[in-house]
Design a protein around this ligand. Structure first.
Ligand SMILES: Cc1cc2nc3c(=O)[nH]c(=O)nc-3n(C[C@H](O)[C@H](O)[C@H](O)COP(=O)(O)OP(=O)(O)OC[C@H]3O[C@@H](n4cnc5c(N)ncnc54)[C@H](O)[C@@H]3O)c2cc1C
Length: 375
């Protein structure tokens, strides 16, 4: 039950954005920049964002070479260049908008690691350097086998190392905090613990129906609605090619004289690790059990987590008695292609979702495009 005062003053907005991940927050900022007088509200179901944006690995990533080569099997080269360019622009955008210190951006190098069986990937370096030259401004990939011995890995697993010049690391927590601060500074309202159950379009207005811990149904109203719920978007955009994909992550306790520096990918991006100060963050392994990980349930997959721990101890930081500090998961969104879906429905309802495994990089570009759709 709501009061007269609440109905009169607290439920009407020009634009309502659903979801406070990177796309939702950046969209709110972009809409406010274009329309400073609009009342903009972000509704987030969790007390904290509860999808991918605060649970990821913090790679400012454009894509490893083996991943691009694998994508080329089913994606035209023009689309690969376009996606690479969007990822790069997204990273540049965040750096210019918020500043490197505020997002913990650090370029300590990015490397892809290859086994002996994958050495054929090296033959593609030249081709992709040429293909991406206009976007990167220089070579994106370089053979760096001579560095392999310096990271402290076991000598058994990886035989080659490719440096990726367009990638770096950032601090996911600082990034989201900075976006939150900027959104609030610009006058965006953010309500958390507010799950949108459905949207009803009526007479040129949209009713956004919300459930919280106190009310079963509160009817908010907005002329325009933007759905930024990534893997959770099927309820608003049914029938779209959208599959959830859970990602498992762990972080170690501090390790003295850690040699792992920068960000690393292997196995076509299915595994990724980095240093966070003197700790190692390791994630991935979704390809060990695609069926179990096709879920929106934020819980741990013990089999994958155990595999990650074993990898860490035998191959990545061998012989160091590594201890695990935290383990968690987050939910990504995938489809037949890696292009995000940006769509508008009748009644001024727009959506930007399916950000895949590189939404930190892509998110701001999706937000800019969504804000352009607002009248
Ligand atoms: C383990 C893991 C590692 C990753 N590593 C990287 C990386 O290193 N680099 C990179 O670029 N990308 C990475 N990603 C991907 C990246 O995090 C995502 O692509 C990106 O965060 C997606 O942002 P988003 O705002 O679209 O979605 P989300 O962050 O999922 O935000 C959607 C929000 O909508 C809210 N929501 C959902 N339904 C409702 C509803 N009905 N009502 C109200 N709110 C709702 C959710 O709670 C959530 O907060 C990783 C993802 C995971 C899971």
């Amino acid at each position: 039950m709501i009061s007269f005062w609440e109905r009169e003053s607290l439920l009407q907005y020009d634009v309502i954005i659903i979801g406070s991940g990177i796309v939702g927050l950046q969209t709110a900022i972009q809409v406010k920049e274009k329309h400073p007088n609009y009342d903009v509200l972000v509704l987030e179901r969790g007390l904290l964002p509860s999808g991918a944006s605060t649970r990821n690995a913090g790679f400012a990533a454009t894509g490893s070479l083996s991943e691009l080569v694998a994508d080329a099997a089913h994606t035209p080269e023009a689309a690969i260049i376009d996606l690479f360019a969007k990822r790069k622009s997204g990273i540049d955008f965040l750096r210019a908008q918020l500043g490197d210190a505020a997002i913990g951006y650090k370029n300590e190098g990015s490397h892809e690691l290859l086994t002996a069986e994958e050495s054929g990937i090296l033959d593609h370096i030249e081709h992709y350097n040429q293909l991406l030259k206009e976007v990167s401004g220089s070579n994106s990939f370089a053979l760096a086998d001579q560095q392999l011995g310096s990271f402290g890995f076991s000598s058994g697993r990886f035989k080659h190392c490719i440096a990726c010049t367009t990638e770096a690391a950032l601090h996911t927590g600082k990034l989201i905090k900075s976006l939150l601060r900027l959104a609030l500074q610009k006058g965006v309202e953010i309500k958390t613990g507010a799950e949108v159950t459905h949207i009803e379009s009526r007479n040129g207005k949209n009713e956004v129906i919300v459930k919280d811990g106190f009310h079963e149904r509160i009817h908010f109203e907005a002329a325009q609605v933007i759905v930024c719920t990534n893997a959770f978007s099927s309820r608003f955009f049914p029938g779209e090619d959208l599959q959830p994909g859970r990602g498992q992550v762990l972080v170690t306790k501090p390790i003295e004289n850690l040699k792992v520096k920068g960000i690393f990918h292997f196995d076509q991006g299915y595994y990724y690790f980095r240093n966070v100060g003197n700790r190692v963050l390791l994630g991935g392994g979704r390809n060990l059990d695609f069926t179990a990980e096709n879920t929106t349930d934020i819980s741990l997959n013990e089999q994958i987590q155990d595999h990650l721990v074993a990898l860490l101890k035998t191959d990545l930081v061998p012989g160091r008695g590594v201890e695990i500090d935290m383990q968690w998961s987050g939910i990504m969104a995938f489809g037949a292609t890696k292009m995000p879906i940006i769509k508008s429905l009748e009644g001024n309802i727009h959506g930007g979702f399916r950000l895949g495994g590189m939404g930190v990089a892509l998110g701001s570009m999706v937000a800019v495009e969504l804000a352009q759709r607002i009248e």
